[in-house]
Design a protein around this ligand. Structure first.
Ligand SMILES: C[S@@+](CC[C@H](N)C(=O)[O-])C[C@H]1O[C@@H](n2cnc3c(N)ncnc32)[C@H](O)[C@@H]1O
Length: 316
């Protein structure tokens, strides 16, 4: 599915006329236009759904090839080991304040994987011996049928450890307090390559955050909105190399790590947490680069250029 050309930068439209024309147009654009700001306000409209039907149709059409490691989802397969490394680095980082020490330690994490797709991360998380459970949700029933069929191949996964739900984060009931009346929630809420596909990212993040228990982590990966990412993800990956299908990315929906940092900081303003304290700790960010033939590699500072991971601990 093609994105509306109306929304695409001129050089991307030119890319369809060939790489040379695209490169020339990209250079001209670089000189002329600053990157516009993505609306990530704290006061976005109360959205009843973050789902964009065009996005869901696009991904549903890829469902049958989701588990082909050489198919359109290849970049997601190759990214998976780094997701686990990044989560481990978050879990082993020092607590943001002494008061959170007791809620930080999680020996048997409960995961919520939001926008799980065919289950590349959800399955791998459920296979970890330490994992208590994985709840994986996606708005596409078509993709979830592929995810469920794949998980059934491994009976150890479906013995209550991995559950797929055809839900959005808005339709999923909020976690209830535990038996000690402490706030409930998941130890790790993952949001891999989803944020750049949702409508109303601020309201979406606000809702996702409510599923993280105090001491738990929200871990996401997404793409910065820079001219480099526009050239690499839209022009090179989609139009020239064809690593991902055309129409997968809308550059205007990308969000910079700095914008997310500010968003979490603003959520702490006025002490929105329990007992008037902070809600979120200081986000950890890791920039990653796709190296053809080698896969994804961590490259310091590259979060300012393109793909990155961000993890943030809920402190209250
Ligand atoms: C690029 S895929 C990533 C899939 C999976 N997280 C992974 O990385 O392997 C994007 C996924 O986000 C889902 N998605 C799109 N909009 C969503 C929304 N508003 N809420 C939750 N998931 C959404 C799509 O159905 C699709 O499965």
């Amino acid at each position: 599915m093609q994105p509306s050309l109306r929304h695409l930068p001129r050089a991307l439209r030119t890319a369809r006329q060939g790489p040379r024309a695209a490169a020339a147009a990209a250079q001209a654009s670089l000189r002329q236009q600053p990157a516009p700001s993505r609306k990530l306000s704290t006061t976005s409209p109360a959205a009843s759904s973050s789902v964009n039907e065009t996005e869901i149709s696009h991904f549903s059409a890829l469902a049958s090839s989701w588990w082909d490691p050489h198919g359109p989802s290849r970049p997601l397969h190759l990214m998976n080991p780094l997701r686990h490394d990044f989560i481990q680095s978050c879990l082993s980082s020092p607590p943001p304040s002494p008061s959170t020490t007791t809620t930080t330690t999680t020996t048997n994490p409960r995961y919520l994987d939001v926008g799980c797709g065919g289950g590349i991360f959800a399955e791998s998380a459920a296979r970890l011996a330490t994992t208590h459970s994985v709840t994986a949700i996606d708005p596409s029933a078509t993709i979830l049928s592929v995810a469920r069929a794949h998980a059934r191949r491994d009976p150890s996964l479906t013995k209550n450890k991995l559950v797929y739900l055809n839900e959005t984060i808005e339709s999923l009931p909020l976690p209830l307090p535990d038996q000690d009346e402490q706030p409930g929630g998941f130890d790790i809420v993952s949001l891999f390559e989803v944020l750049e596909h949702v409508d109303y990212p601020s309201a979406f993040l606000e809702r996702v955050g409510q599923f993280v228990r105090p001491g738990g982590w929200l871990v996401l990966s997404t793409i910065a909105r820079t001219w480099t990412s526009w050239v690499t993800t839209n022009v090179v990956a989609e139009d020239i190399l064809g690593v991902v299908p055309p129409g997968t990315h809308d550059w205007y929906k990308y969000i910079n790590a700095g914008e997310l940092r500010e968003w979490f900081e603003r959520k702490n303003d006025g002490g929105g947490g329990r007992e008037g304290g902070r809600v979120w700790g200081v986000p950890r960010v890791m920039g990653v680069v796709f190296v053809p033939g080698l896969g994804w590699k961590e490259v310091r500072g590259s979060e300012k250029v393109g793909n990155y991971f961000l993890g943030v601990q809920r402190v209250a």
